[in-house]
Design a protein. Structure first.
Lengths: 160, 760
């Protein structure tokens, strides 16, 4: 079977800005965000929905953008790591990740922060177990997760 | 005991990383850039009968297709130069690069890579370490005797290098022992697996090439390009943007020359970014599988009197940086113990597996796992508590180790006390839980390293260093050292790093030695500026140079804090004359000399400078019905000398421990009968997740250490990886009544051990 694909005009709303892009209908959201939209903060670690580095929010819900078609995202509010924070001020999740030492190589960090953002939206006062389960789709090879756990807990307090 | 109080550490690269503005190789785009794809062998061992690129080159949008015929015909690799950039005559593992393509986009590049005609006759697969060492085994390298080997190592057929360590008379020691315990331990290979897949971008301007690459060792990568493409070092510039982890997997020279050669042929910039599957299959840095036989003679009082060992280390198809692995493995299976009679034979064995290389503490987690599992078996044989047994036999300050080295002040015994106390060792636990304990050690690696420090006219500082930041925070800590020397704040400095054209040489992020070596370089460079500042201040304040103190962003006269001038003012004054530029390249500390050391095939890793010590005590719960083990908590104690950056140091231990848990329980390469990996994907090769991670506590035993890094710092990044699997093994053995002598200790293997016969 040959997959039928064709270039399509898609309007993607990323971090509140609408980008009219032309992309093949087979393209995943991750590659279109990184190339046509030009925001490279969202990372590709596996292209198989296993590492979470490509996590973005679609209408507030966390989605592995490597496994989501760009065309399906039309009409939805897409939030990437570049959409957090207020001007030069870091979002509390970003600030706490830095202060707690939750960042080492930084490659998993954007996806981790987006997952944490979604978690705290639906669970503002999470238990340790809820944080561990909520972020278990995001692999980190550097930190052992301990300082990320601390950072998310501290950010939750600040955001409440 | 020197303790540096560092309650706060905000990484200089942190804002880039939390905002998504930081650029990694995959994020780079150049005008006119092409995409590269490799054609891999896809077969573990075969004689090449035909490679034809005619059809591939004819595809519209293809700019270059290269094979071994298109690059200099030479073999490379340290110590044992045994490989070419592209497969030539024979392929020896499935991930070997047969051809490389540069095309207008990824789809066309893949189409062209697939269109390369590659025909071959299959050869017998060498995949069993013991069988490979026999005279009957097929050879992985038929021309092994022709290789231009450097250094002194016995070699024979599939044995690429050999080392032994030896002390005393092991036969006499064994004969005098009250009892002898002998066991075999078998460890599978596994992967470094940084979350960032590697990428390379190359661009030529005239006869010079700039290569952006995700390497841990920029100067090694540069030297590899220079060697294989026959270029002088000043025409190859390696730049590493942010690096998304490495864990040794991105050490060495990998694919930079392939992409540079493509870019030259295509007359365009060329980029490659690996898929996760390629990350599993192609790099020559996989953690080596090992077979370890240990035989130990004991007296009834528990003292160890003799140890004999035999070790086979899987080299895979080519020698990456693994020539020293046998000697290092021998040290780890011998262990940090006072054993008067020792003999370990250790071989690096060619197979048709992916090449092995320096993954976070190479050979150590497996060697320590065998040694420490064996140690608990020894304690059991003389009815001693395993911790008491270790306290009795482990080396302490002034003791003689397994190659005759006498150790200066070391904190191993304190590590054992601290970790076992923190874990609550000795408490009553349910039948399905136990606390296992293991000790480990790891050398520091002094070496040459350089840095510049400068203050510009406005007083803003720059550290220009050849050191590489792979995530540990070691390079980020450098500005703390410079700031302390100059009485400034760390935030007053920016760091220019990982660019071989602008900074002096450094070994790179390998061997846990960035702070040890480059830290000394930065301190030396900053000291030069401090002298300049003090001279200017003495003139301004009409005081003697020797009385000037640099603190709080100013120079003042000792005892008269009010009599001061700001460093900003001094920097402006200096900018009109001799500028504030310091260079540091201190002579590295010597490695210890061991009189009468009796090692065959010495690769320089038996005499250890500033050794690091550790003890991990881990509490494990086992579901006996399924064999699933869960780590409930782990207490770690480490002697890494002076801790300069406490937040980063804890991060290293926590990350190393979790990697160790993965290696203990879930991470292992599975090979099929065809010599190909069966689990090159994250669904089949399981990393530890957030939900799996246990609480980790760490105590630092900060022994004063000479011959080490700045302020007595030793290495740290690899040490936490060493004793974790071993401690888990000993906890499982307590629950099961016998150890699982295969690594990883998967649920299936645990269950088999707990049922009839197990792996006995």
């Amino acid at each position: 079977m040959t997959l039928e694909t064709a270039p399509a005009s898609i309007n993607l709303t990323v971090n509140g800005v609408t980008y009219p892009v032309v992309a093949d209908t087979s393209r995943n959201l991750l590659s279109v965000i990184r190339t046509e939209v030009g925001l490279t903060g969202t990372k590709e670690g596996c292209d198989d929905c296993e590492c979470g580095a490509c996590m973005v929010l679609l209408d507030g819900q966390p989605v592995n953008s490597c496994s989501y078609l760009a065309a399906q995202a039309e009409g939805k509010a897409i939030t990437t790591i570049e959409g957090l924070g207020d001007g030069d001020a870091l979002h509390p999740l970003q600030a706490k990740m830095l202060e707690a030492g939750g960042v080492q190589c930084g490659f998993c960090t954007p996806g981790m922060i987006m997952s944490a953002h979604a978690l705290l939206e639906r669970t503002p006062d999470p238990t340790e177990e809820e944080i561990r389960i909520g972020l278990s789709g995001n692999l980190c090879r550097c930190t052992g997760y301990a300082k990320i756990l601390q950072a998310v807990g501290e950010a939750a307090v600040e955001l409440r | 005991m020197a303790v540096t109080d560092t309650p706060r550490f905000v990484r200089a690269d942190g804002p880039d990383k939390v905002t998504g503005s930081g650029r990694y190789v995959a994020d780079l785009t150049l005008t006119g850039m092409l995409t590269a794809k490799f054609r891999y062998a896809g077969v573990a061992h075969a004689r090449i009968t035909k490679i034809d690129v005619t059809a591939a080159r004819a595809i519209p949008g293809v700019f270059a297709v290269l094979t071994a015929d298109d690059v200099p015909d030479l073999r490379y690799s340290p110590v044992v130069p045994d490989r070419h950039l592209f497969a030539k005559d024979t392929v020896r593992f499935e991930g070997e690069v047969v051809a490389a393509v540069a095309a207008i986009n990824a789809e066309v590049a893949q189409q062209a890579a697939d269109a390369v005609v590659f025909e071959y006759d299959e050869l017998p697969i060498v995949d069993d370490l013991e069988a490979a060492m026999t005279d009957e085994s097929p050879l992985v390298h038929e021309d092994w005797e022709e290789y231009a080997v450097t250094g002194d190592t016995p070699r024979d057929r599939n044995v690429a290098t050999f080392s032994s360590i030896s002390k005393g008379d092991v036969d006499a020691g064994m004969a005098a022992a009250d009892l002898v315990v002998k066991q075999r331990y078998v460890a599978d290979g596994c992967h470094a697996l940084p979350i960032e897949p590697r990428g390379v971008v190359a661009q030529w301007e005239g006869n010079k090439v700039t290569i952006w690459t995700s390497t841990q060792v920029p100067f090694d990568a540069r030297n590899g390009v220079c060697e294989t493409l026959e270029m002088p070092s000043n025409r190859v510039r390696i730049i590493v943007p942010h690096l998304g982890g490495g864990f040794g997997g991105k050490c060495g020279f990998h694919f930079e020359a392939h992409i540079a050669a493509l870019a030259k042929a295509a007359k365009r910039p060329v980029k490659i970014v690996f898929s996760r599957e390629e990350e599993f299959l192609a790099p020559d840095r996989r953690r080596e599988s090992m077979i370890i036989d240990l035989e130990t003679g004991l007296m009834n009082d528990g003292s160890i009197v003799a140890r004999r060992g035999w070790v086979a280390v899987d080299n895979g198809a080519y020698t990456a940086d693994s020539a020293f692995f046998p000697q290092l493995a021998a040290m780890h299976v011998a262990g940090p113990y006072k054993i008067p009679n020792v003999h370990i034979d250790s071989s690096l064995v060619y197979t048709n597996h992916q090449p092995s290389g320096s993954v976070r503490a190479p050979t150590a987690p497996q060697g320590c796992w065998a040694c420490e599992t064996h140690t608990d078996e020894l304690a059991s044989a003389v009815n001693m508590d395993p911790v008491a047994f270790r306290k009795m036999n482990a080396i302490d300050t002034g003791a003689e180790g397994v190659v005759g080295q006498i150790y200066d002040e070391i904190g191993l015994q304190d590590c054992i006390d601290a970790a076992t106390k923190a874990a609550g060792y000795g408490q009553d636990l349910p039948d399905d839980e136990a606390i296992g304990v293991a000790i480990g050690w790891w050398p520091s690696f002094p070496g040459p390293s350089g840095a510049f420090v400068r203050l510009d006219a406005d007083g803003a500082g720059q550290i220009v260093t050849g050191a590489q930041e792979c995530g540990t925070g070691a390079v980020m800590t450098l500005r703390q050292l410079a700031a302390d020397e100059l009485g400034m704040d760390p935030e007053d400095f920016e760091i220019i790093y990982q660019d071989t054209a602008v900074a002096p040489y450094d070994t790179g992020a390998t061997g846990s030695q960035t702070l040890l070596n480059n830290g000394r370089a930065v301190v030396a460079a900053a000291e030069q500026i401090a002298e300049q500042l003090k001279a200017h201040a003495a003139e301004q304040l009409e005081a003697a140079v020797g009385d000037i103190v640099l603190a709080n962003g100013a120079a003042h006269v000792a005892g008269s804090p009010d009599k001061s001038v700001s460093i900003n003012e001094l920097a402006e004054i200096a900018s009109g004359g001799e500028m504030l530029i310091g260079k540091g390249s201190p002579v590295p500390p010597d490695y210890p000399e061991i009189p009468g050391m009796n090692c065959v095939g010495d690769q320089g890793v038996a005499a250890w400078a500033a050794p690091q010590f550790s003890c991990h005590a881990v509490r494990v719960r086992l579901d006996r019905d399924t064999g699933v083990a869960r780590v409930l908590g782990i207490a770690c104690a480490h002697d890494s000398g002076t801790i300069i950056n406490e937040v980063a140091a804890h991060g290293q231990v926590e990350g190393g421990v979790l990697m160790g848990i993965g290696q203990a329980l879930t991470e292992g390469t599975v090979y099929g009968e065809d010599g190909r990996q069966k689990n090159p994907a994250l669904l089949e090769y399981k990393l530890q997740t957030f939900a799996d991670a246990p609480p980790i506590t760490t105590t630092f035993i900060q022994t004063p250490t000479t011959e080490a890094g700045p302020r007595g710092a030793k290495g740290l990044a690899e040490a936490p990886n060493v004793p974790t699997a071993a401690a888990i093994s000993n906890a499982l053995a307590k629950i099961l009544g016998q150890p699982v002598r295969q690594l990883p200790m998967t649920a299936e293997r645990i269950w088999e051990t707990s049922t009839a016969g197990g792996n006995q």
